[in-house]
Design a protein around this ligand. Structure first.
Ligand code: UD1
Length: 454
């Protein structure tokens, strides 16, 4: 298993471009199951989660052609409707095939996803929504088995104890596109990824309005066709690199930065002393260019994770790394996944002063962190440890970086292109690490692989 060896104390400077969104690409890919014609996605990030889903789509009878940043999906054999546990267990987001399979092929068998490093991950809201559309659903052998001749539109409340559900909304919205009549989803997830899925579905011929708000209306149609769609930039990756600039007192320019999808994290960054300046006000606000710089010392902050447009849970760990070095005490409360604190013990090994009580952590700012061997336990916790390692004194070894590869394409190359000193190393190969290969082309000179859409 690969690990990162990070020499701390470097200051990041330069320019990078943000890739397409993983969390949009996954339900967008699954939505292609609804089409009778090829669907092409552009600006798809090169990540292991995407490859896993592409593999699953192949098992579900689709031909998947991948080019640089593009993916074309075409149904060739609709007879297979089983998403096996072997694949679902590698990536719980595979659940997003459930709604499209059920709506288009009238049946679906999808392994029930298990929990994950940060707690139970129920899918009861997905099932509640699909049942409301008329699906018969049972559990057998660890699989969700869903059937329906034709789904029927309904008014569905999709709120749960922690707010709405992102992939649950994607599943129910996608399924309702082929249902008979009108569906209204109340308490729908408002995340930009849901609005992006609705944009693709509408381009395929669906009739969806209100996506991106808590009330989505879907008027069912008989069939959906092909489409060509550009995936939105990844707001979590964008904000992670903004924090990387801030934590190293750097000066980094980020292109394709989804500024208006990150207003809560930007507000927090600015409150603690990080400058996030839009360089071009005329650009489209979800794909603009920003410069991130920071003061030598940061002020403490208060964070409470919430559904969009609140502060995202997917940035809680990275922001904790930053606040470890603030002057004073910060408070972080996790309201989406109250157990999502695997990084706390690892940051403590690096000298952070953290006191956790239930879903809240008090972060007592320290003057410095120290390099240490640490273990990443999930995707965003891994990113947090890399950020901390870049500013810690000495060497930090972050193991199990396969978690990072799920959500950050060649993260070490991107950060090294900005001046970090990170080597990927596989201890099982028992040889000295290769010097880092920097392949990231400076964004100013890079040929854009995507075209911004309105
Ligand atoms: C998505 C994101 C993930 C992010 C999360 C919350 C993808 C691929 N993943 O995950 O990165 O951290 O949103 O922003 O897009 N819940 C229920 N019942 C359900 C479903 C969810 O109670 O049926 C609860 C969850 O336990 C959690 C909350 O609702 O407390 C939000 O989860 P949800 O939005 O469903 O997360 P995902 O869509 O799986």
């Amino acid at each position: 298993m690969d690990e990162f060896r990070i020499q701390g104390g470097t200051r990041l400077a330069g320019r990078i471009r943000i890739d397409g969104s993983k969390n949009a690409s996954l339900p967008l890919t699954a939505a292609a199951l609804l089409a009778g014609e090829p669907v092409t996605l552009r600006n798809v990030p090169d990540l292991s989660d995407i490859s896993n889903l592409a593999h699953l789509m192949g098992e579900l009878g689709c031909r998947v052609d991948r080019g640089e940043g593009t993916m074309t999906i075409e149904e060739v054999d609709p007879s297979c409707t089983h998403a096996r546990y072997e694949i679902v267990s590698t990536m719980r987001a595979s659940i997003c095939v459930l709604g499209p399979l059920l709506a288009k092929r009238k049946q679906a068998r999808v392994a029930m996803p298990g929990g994950c490093a940060f707690g139970a991950r129920p899918v009861d809201l997905h099932l509640r929504g699909l049942r409301a559309l008329g699906a018969q659903i049972e559990l057998s052998g660890g699989d969700i088995i869903a059937k329906a001749d034709r789904l029927k539109g309904a008014t569905i409340f999709l709120g749960g104890p922690f707010g709405s559900t992102v992939l649950g909304t994607a599943n129910v919205m996608s399924a309702a596109t082929l249902a008979e009549g009108r569906t209204i989803i109340e308490s729908a997830a408002c995340e930009p990824e849901i609005a992006d899925v609705a944009r693709l579905l509408n381009a395929m011929g669906a009739k969806i309005s209100g996506a991106g708000s808590p009330r989505i209306t879907i008027d069912g149609v008989e069939e959906l066709g092909g489409a060509d769609h550009i995936v939105i930039p990844d707001r979590i990756v964008a904000a992670t690199y903004a924090v990387a600039a801030a934590i190293t007192n750097g000066d980094v320019t980020l292109e394709y930065f989804p500024h208006d999808c990150l207003l809560a994290p930007i507000d927090l960054l600015q409150n603690v002393g990080v400058n996030v300046n839009r360089l071009d006000m005329s650009e489209e606000p979800t794909r603009c260019t920003v410069q991130v710089t920071s003061e030598r010392r940061l002020k403490p902050g208060v964070i409470s994770t919430q559904p969009y447009p609140g502060f995202p849970t997917d940035l809680q760990a990275q922001m904790m790394a930053l606040l470890c070095l603030a002057d004073g005490n910060s408070i972080i409360t996790e309201k989406i996944f109250p157990e999502r604190f695997m990084h706390v013990a690892e940051l403590t090994r690096m000298g952070a002063q953290l006191i956790r009580q239930g879903p809240t952590v008090m972060v007592q700012g320290v003057r410095r962190l120290f390099g240490a061997p640490v273990m990443a336990s999930d995707l965003r916790a891994s990113a947090c440890l890399v950020l901390a390692g870049m500013v810690a004194e000495g060497e930090t070894i972050v193991s199990r970086v396969y978690h990072l590869d799920r959500g950050y394409a060649r993260m070490e190359e991107v950060l090294n292109s900005l001046g970090a000193n990170i080597q990927r190393f596989n201890p099982e190969r028992k040889h000295e690490p290769e010097p880092p290969v920097i392949t990231t082309v400076p964004a100013a000179k890079a040929k854009p692989s995507t075209v911004a859409t309105k």
